[in-house]
Design a protein around this ligand. Structure first.
Ligand code: ZN
Ligand code: ZN
Length: 702
């Protein structure tokens, strides 16, 4: 498998049918500035496949632009290509344009299957010009070490009278795959347009009809048209667009077709929206089908009603440009917005350019904010209070991040950057950090909250904390422990107890960032029972369920007694359990039992529910978030799932995906989860088990 695709028109898809063809384009990966960085958009030949990685020999025109040589990349940091595709892409500059092209498989695959005499629409002199592809030419790189010619297209352009001028002498202009914005197979009736064996008869007719549909896309003519003053934007099939609607809020989608419609004067656009429209179709307009998509998703509008999706435009420079501030382009929302309800979460949040947009190493912060606020109301009270009485930071947090996320499903990077500026230290603006540092600053300084955890040590001292780091020896638990086991073991072996049940419990897994993890997999317990961790709180005898009086830390690990669970006994059961010859040296200690607990009263269990898991892999943080009480209501969020453009002018594409398979996995018994074969589980489940960094629990609703 090369990459995942769920059939969205703009989702990355497998470009090469046969991955063994052995070429690769690097489309993502953390931006690393500096000479040794691998530029996204680099194309290379796959040399070898060491476990889980690819060794790629970069092919390139000039060594100072694209570092040459062999690099190691992860398979999900790019896409496999055929040799032909690699040759076409190599001739495309800049590298950012290659990324746009492979992100638009509909167009790119059509370009890859172009042959001589096919009609195409190309970008030429800042306009769209129809023409005929006359020749696919090989361009040999001068000074290149590899014998790997690039491929370009000689295109005969239609003249200004919209007529095909016939073959002229002299060289034809040369175009790269990146200059082609539409092919006939992307046009209407694409099913009938099979070109490889072009019949000589009828060809001209087809070309004529296709060109006919492009008439108004030619170079702008001198006035006189009734198209109005607005210029048609330079969009291409596959472009992400937003539509001006009469309701004010823009609608978003992908441009699937453009051309003329009988009886209409302007150039029209067929757009597949990212949600259903009341008057939407499945790709038909009138009695004609222009493309095919899900029902009620297609709308047809004059092209000048479309503009490039503003969410995909490059980030503005830190200083506001053209007198327009971030505030004007993305106004904040002052009213209180509740968390996204379970039933609406997928519709609002799922997709590309959803969630919180990452920028400059912000993934730790984006993942934490999305986890804490998208679907959980645990911090809403303090947040509201801090925003109304506190300073700028809580106001920006609530208005520009939480409310935007909950009402629009998307927070632009500039809102997060404004918030980062308020955190009191410049290192929050640019540096990679860990979520626990941010969480502590967020809760303490921004929201003015008291520490969530009050932890009592053996000597009776109480420490306050916002998050809890699990500390234990590896051999104290099994190879695939649960968070409950890790927490119990950590508390008991360090002699710690909770003074009270926290409203929110953020538990850090035993690992050090990306460099070391103690367990190759951890089961994230969906429920955390902290009853046995509470100080001065009644506990059940592990055997008979009556009020316990003694605790045995040695029994914790006893293989015959459900290892990993804390063991406390009434005096009778303790005597029986410890009558065993192998248990006679156990260290027991008396529990403090509140005097007011009547004998035989039912015990109240103190439970917390898992609502988010922050994960880390190769210093990049992502989050799994529960978006409702339903066991399958899980979302996966990555603030830098993809990137458009280069390091300087580009921007990150955040993405949210529903992952009900995570719920399927977590509803199995923990023993089954622990035995899961990591080779067979889904990528989401594997990341959840292998990469967990911090598990977030909140008190179950009463
Ligand atoms: Zn007992
Ligand atoms: Zn014991």
């Amino acid at each position: 498998m090369c990459s995942s695709s769920r059939g969205r028109p703009w989702a990355p898809m497998e470009l090469a049918e046969d991955c063994s063809d052995g070429y690769f384009i690097i489309t993502r990966g953390k931006a690393r500035n500096g000479l040794r960085g691998i530029q996204k958009g680099s194309v290379g030949r796959v040399q070898a496949r060491p476990k889980g990685e690819l060794s790629v020999w970069l092919l390139g025109a000039s060594s100072h632009t694209f570092p040459r040589g062999e690099v190691l990349v992860r398979q999900d940091d790019g896409l496999f290509l055929s040799r032909h595709q690699a040759q076409l892409l190599l001739f495309v500059t800049p590298a950012a344009r290659r990324l746009e092209l492979v992100a638009n498989p509909q167009l790119f695959l059509a370009i890859c299957s172009l042959a001589c005499d096919d009609p195409v629409l190309v970008k030429h002199a800042k306009a769209h010009r129809p023409g005929l592809l006359r020749k696919v030419v090989q361009i040999q790189n001068k000074g290149s070490l590899e014998d790997f010619p690039m491929l370009g297209f000689e295109v005969e352009l239609l003249d200004s009278d919209q007529h095909y001028p016939g073959r002229k002498s002299g060289p034809l202009p040369l175009f790269s795959a990146g200059d082609i914005v539409q092919t006939s197979s992307c046009g209407p009736a694409n099913a009938q347009w099979a070109w490889p064996n072009k019949p000589s008869e009828g060809l001209d007719l087809k070309i004529a009809s296709w060109f006919g549909s492009l008439l108004s896309l030619g170079p702008p003519e001198g006035g006189g048209d009734d198209l109005g003053p607005s210029e048609e934007p330079l969009l291409e099939v596959g472009s992400m667009v937003e539509l001006v609607t009469n309701k004010g809020a823009p609608a978003y989608g992908v441009l699937r077709w453009m051309g003329t419609i009988k009886g209409k004067k302007r150039t029209w656009a067929g757009v597949e929206l990212d949600r259903e429209a009341t008057n939407g179709t499945d790709g038909t307009f009138g009695s004609h089908r222009y493309f095919t998509c899900q029902r009620k998703r297609a709308v047809f509008v004059p092209l000048n009603f479309c503009r490039p999706d503003a969410r995909f435009l490059p980030m503005p420079a830190p200083a506001p440009q053209h007198g327009k501030t971030a505030e004007e382009s993305h106004p904040g929302i002052d009213k209180d917005v509740p968390p996204v309800p379970e039933a609406e979460a997928l519709q609002l949040l799922e997709g590309r350019m959803k969630g919180i947009q990452g920028h400059y190493n912000s993934c730790y912060l984006d993942a934490a904010l999305f986890s804490l606020f998208s679907s959980s109301a645990a911090l809403d009270g303090v947040c509201q209070e801090a925003a109304s009485t506190g300073g700028e930071a809580p106001r920006i947090l609530k208005r520009d991040i939480i409310n935007k996320l909950r009402s629009q499903g998307f927070v632009p990077a500039e809102s997060v950057m404004n918030f980062r500026k308020q955190l009191g230290c410049d290192s929050f603006l640019t540096e990679e950090k860990d979520p626990e540092e941010f969480v502590s600053i967020l809760l303490e300084r921004v929201l003015g909250m008291k520490p969530l955890l009050r932890i009592r040590s053996q000597n009776g001292m109480t420490q306050d904390a916002y998050t809890f780091q699990i500390i234990l020896d590896k051999d104290q638990v099994g190879t695939a422990p649960t968070v409950q086991e890790l927490l119990d073991t950590s508390f008991v072996s360090c002699g710690l107890q909770l003074e009270e049940t926290p409203s929110c419990f953020m538990v850090q897994m035993p690992r050090f960032g990306k460099t070391y993890k103690m367990f190759s997999q951890i089961i994230p317990s969906t429920e955390l029972d902290v009853t046995d961790l509470l100080h001065n709180s009644p506990r059940e005898c592990f055997v008979c369920g009556r009020l316990a009086q003694l605790e045995c830390t040695t029994c914790l690990r006893d293989r015959k007694l459900q290892p990993g669970r804390i063991k406390q006994y009434c005096s009778l059961c303790s005597a029986q359990v410890h009558a065993h010859p192998l248990r006679q040296d156990h260290a027991l200690h008396a529990l403090t039992v509140p005097a007011e607990v009547p004998e035989g009263a039912p015990l109240l269990r103190h439970r917390l529910q898992l609502y988010a898991v922050l994960c880390i892999r190769t210093s990049h943080y992502v989050a799994f978030v529960k978006h409702g009480p339903g066991p399958h209501s899980w979302l996966f969020f990555d603030s830098m799932a993809d990137r458009c453009g280069d390091d300087r002018g580009g921007f990150n594409v955040p993405e949210v995906r529903g992952c009900p398979e995570v719920g399927d996995f977590l509803t199995q018994p923990e023993e089954t989860q622990a035995r899961a074969d990591l080779e067979l589980v889904s990528e989401h489940v594997r990341r959840l088990l292998c990469d967990s960094y911090m598990c977030l629990y909140e008190r179950a609703p009463a």
